[in-house]
Design a protein around this ligand. Structure first.
Ligand code: SAM
Length: 229
């Protein structure tokens, strides 16, 4: 998969892309992530990428021209069928990212992530350039960079061969419409707290049954809305 990120803060991505599973996915050629500084595409002589909102109001709005120019260049260079590409505007007004939408995006060949800033992005970017708008939750962040990194992480770890153990992704929270069962590791007793005996029994049928029951229990308690879906 190829991912192009359009941002005014490309350096924010380096620490995240250079570590752990994403780094491995990039090094093994399963994901290629390219960062583009939106300022490099502005026609403004002061490299301005924002302007005052029409109709008044506080703050500044990211102008459409540099974003359209940058995105057009990326799309022209990377020739992928439209059905295999998604141009995504990160926005608190978008549809909330879920495990299901991350799985859908992981089947694409090319993602373009547009990070907004200031008071947001000129509406024409969302309406005429982006295929979809994605939010990472019902709160407002300063910019689209952290949301873009969340999308990248959620999607890249689902690419075939990226996780060391393919079954890890299948047993996780949200894979079923439920949360994951409790996990324990050594020692069997820590500060007097014991690991449930069934997990030490070696009886895999009993372990599976216990895990299903515990997953249901924690979901019912913390996220009953998932069970209704
Ligand atoms: C300060 S926010 C703009 C918020 C906008 N004025 C509003 O009320 O909807 C600036 C940028 O951060 C990003 N952003 C903020 N919160 C986000 C969220 N929950 N999910 C995705 N992107 C978000 C978007 O790219 C947005 O354009």
């Amino acid at each position: 998969m190829r991912i192009d990120v359009l941002t005014i803060f490309p350096s924010m991505f380096e620490p995240v892309l250079g570590e752990s599973i994403i780094k491995r996915a990039v090094n093994s050629g399963k994901a290629a992530i390219h960062l583009h500084d939106i300022r490099d595409y502005t026609t403004d002589k002061h490299r301005k990428v924002d302007d005052r909102p029409y109709g008044g109001g506080s703050g500044m709005v990211m102008a459409p021209q540099p974003i359209f120019s940058c995105c057009d260049e990326v799309v022209r260079k990377i020739k992928v069928a439209k059905s295999k590409r998604s141009i995504i505007l990160l926005s608190p007004r978008g549809r909330c990212l879920t495990q299901k939408s991350a799985a859908r995006l992981s089947k694409m060949k090319h993602l373009v992530l547009i990070c907004g800033h200031y008071e947001g992005v000129d509406e024409r970017v969302g309406r005429s350039l982006a295929d979809e708008e994605i939010s990472i939750g019902d709160y407002v962040l300063t910019g689209g960079e952290l949301p873009a990194m969340v999308v990248i992480d959620a999607v890249v770890r689902l690419l075939p061969g990226v996780l060391g153990n393919a079954s890890s992704a299948q047993n996780e929270s949200f894979q079923e419409p439920s949360l994951e069962y409790p996990q324990y590791t050594r020692p069997a007793v820590f500060q007097g707290k014991k690991v449930p005996a069934v997990l030490l029994s070696g009886d895999h049928k009993a372990i599976d049954a216990w895990r299903r029951k515990e997953a249901l229990k924690v979901t019912r308690k913390r996220r009953p809305d998932l069970l209704g879906r």
